[in-house]
Design a protein around this ligand. Structure first.
Ligand code: GLV
Ligand code: GLV
Length: 321
């Protein structure tokens, strides 16, 4: 009998057809996160789990799945998966780095520009029929060209953002656990201590993975160190920021604006405190969402499932601790 694969989202035909040649599929046919109980119940029958950023693949899920061989997430970040439990049970974990780097860097830059120049707020004025006339000081924002960019987390995406910043003649500071000398050479980015970066940067982009070390890395104290004109961008994970402190900093004018693609608890709705602020640009976690990239991520995830079922080495195994 064919192995059994649980897929936690509706998927296009080309993808299910590819997997169906070798596996029996159980597909969660809603564009919502699978509730924990359901995730446990359906993964318990599975040899492979095809998941997304929204499913917490906990020890509980893994320990109740005796046949499970492979967890493949359609994401670069895998903080939602208990790697320790997976390793103990001999379950391999795969993710999708590389293919989404440029797409996510594009989105990061789009958010940076939208938050600097107040684009959604400006568009709203037309939508609400409130555009009276050209106004000398309406919707004035912050200049991007020639400003100082601070990148926190100089991985692949951080470097791709730095490359884009070069075209805007930005000065680039970065902070990372370790120096990235090759990235420095390629982009002209200069290493800075975190405090120095927070104090000097006009734009601060968080591109660090969610780990215990980066949890609430950007807290109330960090926002107080930023310039009052600073634009804060997060396209990594909501957990890297103290969200209450962010709301406070935006409300009190400790910073100019924020562009956010990720939140502490996703999804958020219109009733979230951040949405009551006009200086926030908020997106529903779409960093890697270009048509081409999402297809590549799905295809790579399917390949990981097949590799895992066959006991082959994975193209991108999630690095452990
Ligand atoms: C999305 O957030 C990802 O990690 O790919
Ligand atoms: C992800 O691809 C990163 O390393 O930034």
């Amino acid at each position: 009998t064919k192995p059994h694969v649980f897929i936690t989202r509706p998927m296009p035909h080309w993808l299910t057809e590819k997997l169906e040649q070798e596996a029996t599929l159980d597909v969660w046919n809603k564009n919502e996160a699978v509730p924990e109980e359901e995730l446990v119940r359906r993964t318990a029958e599975a040899d492979g789990l095809f998941c997304t950023v929204s499913e917490p693949v906990t020890r509980n899920v893994i320990e109740q799945a005796p046949r499970l061989k492979i967890i493949a997430t359609m994401a670069v970040g895998y903080n939602n998966i208990d790697l320790e439990a997976a390793e103990e049970k001999g379950v391999k974990v795969a993710h999708t780095p590389g293919v989404l780097t440029e797409t996510t860097a594009d989105l990061t830059f789009a958010l940076l520009m939208a938050a600097a120049r107040r684009l959604p707020e400006a568009m709203d004025t037309i939508r609400k029929n409130e555009w009276g006339s050209w106004a000398p000081f309406a919707f004035t924002g912050q200049d991007i060209y020639g400003a100082t960019l601070g990148i926190i987390g100089m991985g692949r995406i951080g470097e791709a953002v730095a490359k884009r910043a070069g075209g805007f003649d930005m000065n680039i500071l970065y902070h990372n656990r370790s120096r990235k000398r090759e990235a420095e050479e390629r982009t002209g980015a200069v290493y800075a201590e975190l405090d120095e970066l927070l104090e000097q940067a006009d734009f601060i982009c968080v591109l660090a993975p969610a780990t215990p070390e980066t949890e609430k890395l950007i807290n109330a104290e960090a926002f107080r160190k930023m310039k009052k004109t600073a634009v804060f961008i997060n396209t990594s994970r909501g957990t890297t920021v103290d969200e209450k402190a962010l709301v406070n900093a935006l409300r009190e004018g400790e910073i100019f604006s924020a562009g956010l693609d990720v939140f502490e608890n996703e999804p958020i709705g219109a009733d979230h405190p951040l949405l009551s602020l006009s200086n926030v640009v908020a997106l529903p976690h779409i960093g890697s969402a270009s048509e081409k990239t999402r297809r590549q991520m799905a295809d790579m995830t399917a390949d990981h499932i097949l590799q895992g079922l066959h006991g082959l080495s994975l193209t991108h195994e999630a690095p452990g601790k």
